[in-house]
Every structure is written in C-alpha cells, then in structure tokens.
Design a protein around this ligand. Structure first.
Ligand code: NAD
Length: 423
C-alpha cells in the first residue's frame, strides 16, 4: 500500500502493481534495501492546465502531466501518452517502470513519463498541434536535453515529437533536437527507431527460446495487438521460421493453424485499420484467443490483459511482454507455477528506449549511424542485458521479472547511495 496522500489504494491500479513488484525485490537488495523507499516515491510530478482555442472559437481545457520518478542515474526518459483515461497515478506507474527499464538495459537515464487526458481522435490536426505546443511550453520548466527527454507512446508519433522539439527550441532560442526522441529522420530522428521495440521483443524472445530449447523454426506464435510493436515482432519471428497462427486487435481475432501470410495480412491491416475481416484466416471469438495452441504468446496491446483466469488457460511455453504491464500480479504467480516462462516488459520491450538513446547520442554528436549499425548495437545491448538478468534469476531462483527488478533497483540505489543525500 502507498503511504502517499495523493494516490488511491485500488489494488489492481498500475501504481499498486508497481509497488508490489518493488516489495518482491527488497529481500534481494542487501544493504541497499535501506534506500528502497526512494523507489516508492516519484521525485517530481507536474500537473498542468492546457487551455486551447478550438476551431469553432470555444476554449477547451485539458489535464496534462509529466512525472519524473527517479533521476539518480541521469536525465528522465519516457514517452508521452494521449488517452482519455490517463491519470496522474497511471503516469506515475509508467514513469517508475521507465526507471526500471532504463536501468535494466544500463542506459544512463532515470525514468519519466507524460500524458494528456484527451481523446486525440476528437481533435482536428490544428487543435492537436495547439494542444501539443501548449503542453510542451507548460512542462518546458522541467524538460530539456540534459533534464528529461520525452518520446512517443500511445497515440503520439513523430509529428507530435516534431512539434514538441520546435516549441521547446523556440522557447530557448536555439534548435534543440536532443529534447525529444522518436522524431522524423530529417529532424534528427534515428533509423531503426520505428521497429526497434518489436526488434527488442524478437531478440529477447530468440535468446529465451534458445535457453529453454524451443526451436523457432516452425514454432507457433499468437500475437495480441498488431500495431507497431506486435506487427514488427511478428515479421521478425516469421523471418526466423516461426508461424504466426493467431492475431487479435481491436477489430477482431483471427486464426490460421498453417500460419498467417504476413505478406497479405500487413497491407490488409494498413488499408482497413486492423486484422478483422482478413480473408486468409478464420475468425474466432475474442476470448478464444487465450486458448490457442501455440508455443509463444506475445501480448503487444494493452495493460492488464493476462488475468488469473486467462493465465490458467494459456497453452504457450513462453510469453513475451511487448506491451507495458500486460500481466496482473496474480496471473504472474500462476504462470510461474505452471512453468510458463515470462520475459517481462521491463526488458522485453526495452528496444524502443534503447534506440531512443542512440538517437539522443547521434543528435549530440550530429553524426548519424547506418541502420545496420543501429540494429547490431541494439542486438548486443539486449542480449547482454538479458544474460545478466538470466544469471540473477538462476542465482536466486526467482522469476525473470523479479530478477530484472533486482538488477535495475541495485543500479538505481547504488547511484542514489554514491551521490548521497543533498544537502
Ligand atoms: P499501436 O497503437 O501501434 O498498437 C496497439 C495495438 O493494440 C493495435 O493493434 C490495436 O488494435 C490493439 N488493441 C487496442 N485495443 C485492443 C483490445 N481491446 N484488444 C486487442 N487489441 C487491442 O501501439 P504500440 O506502439 O504497438 O504499443 C503497444 C504496446 O506496447 C503498448 O502497451 C505500449 O505502451 C507498448 N510499448 C510500445 C513501445 C513503442 O516503441 N511503440 C515501446 C515500449 C512499449
């Protein structure tokens, strides 16, 4: 339970889930446990009012947030989400998971996250731009290339990052490409960034499969969410000889035991907005997706998808968490009991922030790498990070999730201890 006055005690809230994950890791922190309370608080949380003039002349107000969870290891780093259900507590949890993720792959960053409580689909493009620019100005007092570097998340993209970069640059009077990542390529963006998260899911999945003697050749995979992360991961696994037998998104669930033909499915998704209605597969009930015969399951859509009830039914041997927070804590325990290996979000989907780090480094040096260089460096970092986590899990006989938290929390708290408390 939280001791903070401004958070609720709702048991399944993302912040409470995060706190229970921290509690599980405290026994493995040794003398650093003295600093563990640091992880249960956010360093700074800014709530801003975003008033904008709408196209019809009326004035609308939106609620915006930027939370910096921990900055012991470097500037804050984390995306900005536009969603009608965004809350301060959700942004706090997402910022905390960024602290863990950045430390797990040993990037020189702390964790941060932002959000606006809005349904962006209801705004015109000009309204979206005005809201983004006003939000950037309001949080401008705490972001910056050396302070806190936003990036895209749910419902935000390269265009929104370009507006954020331009607004911040106008306010400081100099072009500051390093203030955000996930920018368009010609504005200091990085090659390989768009597919980096899916690539990280593939790399960690390939390594995990190798370690449990699961042959990718012919392995059957079910993917929930066929957006940026899910579809990129699916393409890479398909290229490695696996069969994508089922896919689910907000438009429906499809099944083809022989393997979906991605060369026709991808254009179908681009043209129609989802997998629903794809002619090369059978349609199935959404709930039946969780019973599909497969070796690998990739949740790459939303939070809280693998509930305890679904965890009891899964057929997969390996779960690769492309999404943030797809598995509830009770489901985690059931998967562990059933011997189903989970590669947790805080390492599995860290490929995106890793290439964001490459983008930031390239912006500072104004020297840009080839896509091959980026993919090779990403592969090396992800393989090394997973190895350390795997060794930690073996040593303490704990799950990969607790091991990832152990590795990350030790790095964060070591930095906390070495820096000392100010004043
Ligand atoms: P996206 O918007 O490109 O895709 C989201 C997918 O989820 C879509 O296919 C959508 O149809 C599907 N979806 C939405 N509602 C659904 C529902 N009720 N049931 C089934 N499917 C549903 O988003 P994305 O960038 O691919 O992100 C997916 C997840 O990965 C999110 O949890 C995000 O936080 C996480 N993530 C993304 C990145 C990144 O770089 N894009 C990095 C780390 C983590």
């Amino acid at each position: 339970m939280s001791t903070l006055s401004y958070v609720s005690d709702a048991p399944d809230s993302p912040w409470q889930t995060y706190l229970s994950q921290v509690d599980r890791v405290v026994p493995y922190l040794g003398p650093l446990a003295k600093w563990a309370e640091t992880l249960k608080r956010c360093k700074r949380a800014l709530i801003v009012d975003i008033p904008i003039e709408m196209d019809d002349g009326s004035v609308a107000h939106f609620e915006g947030f930027r939370v910096q969870h921990n900055m012991s290891r470097g500037p804050g780093k984390g995306g900005v989400r536009y969603h009608p259900q965004v809350t301060l507590e959700e942004v706090m949890a997402l910022s905390a998971w960024m602290s863990i993720k950045n430390a797990a792959v040993n990037l020189p960053y702390g964790g941060a996250k932002g959000g606006i409580r809005v349904d962006p689909k209801q705004l015109s493009i000009k309204e979206l731009e005005r809201m983004t620019r006003r939000y950037t100005s309001e949080i401008g007092i705490i972001i910056g290339p050396q302070q806190d570097i936003p990036a895209p998340d749910v419902n935000t993209n390269a265009q929104i990052m370009a507006w954020m970069m331009d607004t911040y640059s106008m306010n400081v009077g100099a072009t500051a490409t390093g203030v955000v990542t996930g920018k368009p390529i010609h504005l200091g963006g990085s090659l390989g960034r768009v597919k980096a998260t899916g690539r990280g899911v593939f790399v960690t999945g390939r390594e995990a499969a190798r370690r449990i003697n699961l042959d990718l050749q012919g392995a059957r995979i079910a993917v929930q969410g066929f957006g940026n992360v899910g579809s990129s991961a699916a393409e890479l696994f398909h290229g490695a000889g696996a069969r994508i037998v089922a896919a689910q998104d907000h438009t429906g669930s499809i099944l083809n035991a022989k393997g979906l033909d991605l060369a026709t499915l991808m254009p179908h998704v681009r043209e129609t907005g989802g997998v629903g209605g794809f002619k090369g597969a059978d349609t199935m009930d959404d709930e039946a997706f969780w019973d599909v015969d497969c070796e690998i399951l990739i949740p790459a859509a939303l939070e809280s998808q693998i509930t305890a009830a679904r965890a009891r039914r899964l057929k997969a041997k390996l779960v690769l968490e492309g999404a943030n927070g797809p598995t509830l804590p009770a489901a985690d325990d059931i998967l562990a009991e059933r011997g189903i290996l989970v590669v947790p979000d805080v390492i599995c989907n860290a490929g995106g922030v890793t290439v964001s780090y490459f983008e930031w480094v390239q912006d500072f040096s104004s020297f840009f790498w080839t896509e091959d260089e980026i993919n090779l460096r990403l592969d090396k970092i992800m393989v090394g990070a997973l190895k350390k986590i795997w060794d930690t899990a073996d040593r303490h006989q704990i799950t990969l999730r607790t091991a990832t938290f152990a590795v990350a929390c030790e790095r964060i708290l070591m930095a906390r201890q070495e820096r000392g408390l100010y004043p």
